[in-house]
Design a binder for this molecule. Structure first.
Ligand code: RP5
Length: 164
């Protein structure tokens, strides 16, 4: 099975990123977790992106805050799919990171999830691997069924509380 890489611009991003790592582990997907910065360690980030495919990585999730160029810089150096997580780490509440991550020039896509959208990044990456992997696809279906069942349970509880 291909690995999913979860990279972040700073160790200060990890609190927001950890639900992504935990979800991938719960799906049984092997992960590589790294701190790589587009600005502070640009050469290491580029080298990582260039060798990712040959290292057995299938999808790269890149999280960064402020002037968040990590996902875009990684996407420029690989043809693997890149998912960007804009991190809320500044006085602009993550809007800066959202725009920096999502507004990619034509030709170099980054699939951007919501600000601090770590869980959706993990699910989207798992869905990409699940194109070819039925085991992951079944885990994704089970997770959806579980999510739906919990909502229906809350609906029943609320309904019965106020039913007259
Ligand atoms: C970004 O700057 C990082 O991704 C992080 O969100 C933000 C702040 O980094 P630190 O100054 O906390 O290391 O590059």
């Amino acid at each position: 099975m291909r690995k999913i890489a979860v990279i972040m611009g700073s160790d200060s991003d990890f609190v927001a990123v950890s639900p992504c790592v935990e979800a991938l582990k719960a799906f049984g997907i092997p992960v590589t977790v790294r701190i790589l910065s587009a600005h502070r360690t640009p050469k290491a980030a580029q080298a990582f992106a260039e060798s990712a495919r040959s290292e057995g990585i299938g999808v790269i999730i890149a999280a960064a805050g402020k002037a968040a160029h990590l996902a875009g810089a990684i996407a420029a150096a690989t043809t693997l799919p890149v998912i960007g997580i804009p991190i809320k780490s500044s006085t602009l509440d993550g809007l800066d990171a959202l725009l920096s991550t999502v507004q990619m020039p034509s030709g170099i896509p980054v699939a951007t999830v919501a600000i601090d959208g770590a869980l959706n990044a993990a699910i989207l990456a798992a869905q990409m691997l699940a194109i070819e992997d039925m085991e992951i696809a079944e885990k994704l279906m089970a997770q959806r069924a579980d999510m739906g069942a919990k909502v229906l349970e809350k609906d029943r509880a609320l309904q019965s509380k106020y039913e007259s």
